[in-house]
Design a protein around this ligand. Structure first.
Ligand code: NAD
Length: 427
């Protein structure tokens, strides 16, 4: 028997099918038990909700939202909730699928989940945003809980919204339940080190990638696409703690180049006073995003969007190492070209797992009502990221494959073992 998309099961859309291809490539190479493979190909539970919100002008608007749990064999589901006008069940299911592997690759006791609401939050008033958030969380309450499914921020959601979610859940169950969401404000059960966590994980994996490639990171040049949470913290930690030179950065407003290397604190301060964008910063020459992605640097960090490195761009990429800060920044076709060019791609499910790792620390602290110092957080995160990189790299060597497939092999192996030991209920 082969693992197959058998019977009349249907993927929720093309993105999910692409994710299934990544899974199947690894499953074949590791000779995965087809019974387990067929189970892991599909999301376990998907909920679509339609719910009303009374807008400021008295109209009642109906919104569509989702919560998907891909697999919970290793523990409760974990994954963010995004607010975006284009989000859909295909995207949310794919992100839930990736969360299963991301949690497993860094060995967290979680399964994969994700949620979303089709809305442009910039068009809502503060009051409307709060009402939408509280009603949506009530609608998905049957799926979430500190031992069932623990949401977190994602695109266009933040600590303030997590506080509303936590309060809504707590009001509905009649007790304050800090562990139901992560990414909360620091004075409401949040964790030290969460804002920097994904960028720190990117910097640690970049350093490990340099080690195995014979590159001295303190002499390395870096280009970073995206200067939001992930991009700016990656830049800051790579330059301040590892001595790398950040020669190019970009965001939605375009890119900047400085062969001497940017002063990242100065650039962050400029961005914060300039409506969140880097355009107009005087200590750099304007470049396009395409020029940034194809720049002659040691390390390229895509930390903005999905599908940033396309087939066309991949042909011109000159970086020796790519560390995927963003989720899904490399297309399937582009990846084949990068592998042929012998570029080391540290895949998203490993490179940006620092965020979910510190979310896990937040949840543990909430459950114990005992909060850790920033030094403890950084030390534990560093240990997990280094160990995970080492395991994935060793698997790459063993199977003579690429880093993404190796990361899947490590992750699938862990989830498959949990499924096997739990058995198929009812037997
Ligand atoms: P963010 O909103 O803070 O920053 C996004 C950045 O990308 C901004 O600087 C924005 O201007 C830039 N950008 C948008 N469109 C662009 C374009 N067309 N070209 C160049 N730059 C563009 O988001 P973030 O939290 O930094 O997330 C970035 C990526 O990392 C996303 O793919 C997200 O899913 C992923 N990620 C984030 C975390 C986290 O903890 N924040 C964890 C894991 C993965």
């Amino acid at each position: 028997m082969e693992i197959s998309k058998m019977g009349n099961l249907k993927a929720p859309g093309p993105l999910y099918e692409m994710a299934q291809h990544q899974f199947l490539k690894a499953a074949k190479l590791m000779d995965l038990d087809p019974n387990i493979g067929n189970f892991l190909l599909w999301p376990q539970k998907s909920l679509t909700v339609h719910f009303p919100v009374v807008m400021d002008d008295g109209r009642v608007e109906i919104f569509e939202g989702y919560r998907v749990q891909h697999n919970t064999a290793r523990g409760p589901a974990k994954g963010g909730i995004r607010y975006h006008p284009e989000t859909n069940l295909d995207e949310v299911s794919s992100l839930a699928f990736w969360m299963t592997w991301k949690c497993a690759v860094v060995n967290l006791p979680y399964g994969g989940g994700k949620g979303g609401v089709r809305v442009d939050p910039s068009k809502l008033s503060e009051k409307e945003l709060e009402k939408l958030s509280r009603r949506f969380f009530s609608e998905i309450q049957m799926m979430v809980g500190p031992t069932k499914d623990i949401p977190a921020p994602d695109v266009n959601t933040n600590a303030k919204i997590m506080a509303w979610y936590m309060d809504t859940f707590s009001m509905n169950v009649g007790q304050t339940t800090l562990g139901v969401v992560t990414g909360k404000p620091l004075d409401l059960g949040g964790s030290e080190g969460r804002p920097e966590a994904t960028g720190r994980g990117v910097a640690i994996t970049a350093s490990e990638a340099c080690n195995v490639s014979g590159i001295d990171i303190s002499k390395a040049t870096v280009a970073i696409q995206g200067f939001g949470n992930v991009g700016s913290f990656s830049a800051k930690i790579l330059s301040e703690e590892y001595g790398a030179k950040i020669v190019a950065v970009s965001d939605v407003s375009g890119g900047l180049y400085n062969p001497e290397g940017f002063d990242i604190d100065d650039l962050i301060a400029y961005r914060d006073q300039n409506g969140g964008i880097i355009k107009g910063y005087p200590k750099g020459t304007p470049i396009t995003n395409e020029e940034l992605l194809t720049m002659n640097v040691d390390i390229l960090v895509p930390a903005a969007l999905e599908n940033a490195i396309t087939e066309k761009i991949a042909n011109d990429v000159k970086a020796k190492i790519i560390v995927e800060g963003a989720n899904g920044p490399t297309t399937e076709e582009a990846e084949k070209i990068l592998i042929e060019k012998d570029i080391l791609v540290v895949p998203d499910i490993l490179a940006n797992a620092g965020g979910v790792t510190v979310s896990y620390f937040e949840w543990v602290q909430d459950l114990q009502s005992h909060f850790w110092e920033i030094e403890d957080i950084r030390r534990k995160l560093t240990k997990i990221m280094k160990r995970s990189f080492g395991e994935v790299f060793a698997t790459k060597q063993k199977y003579n494959t690429d880093m993404r497939t190796a990361a899947y092999i490590v992750a699938i192996g862990r989830v498959a073992e949990a499924v096997k030991k739990r058995g198929y209920f009812p037997m």
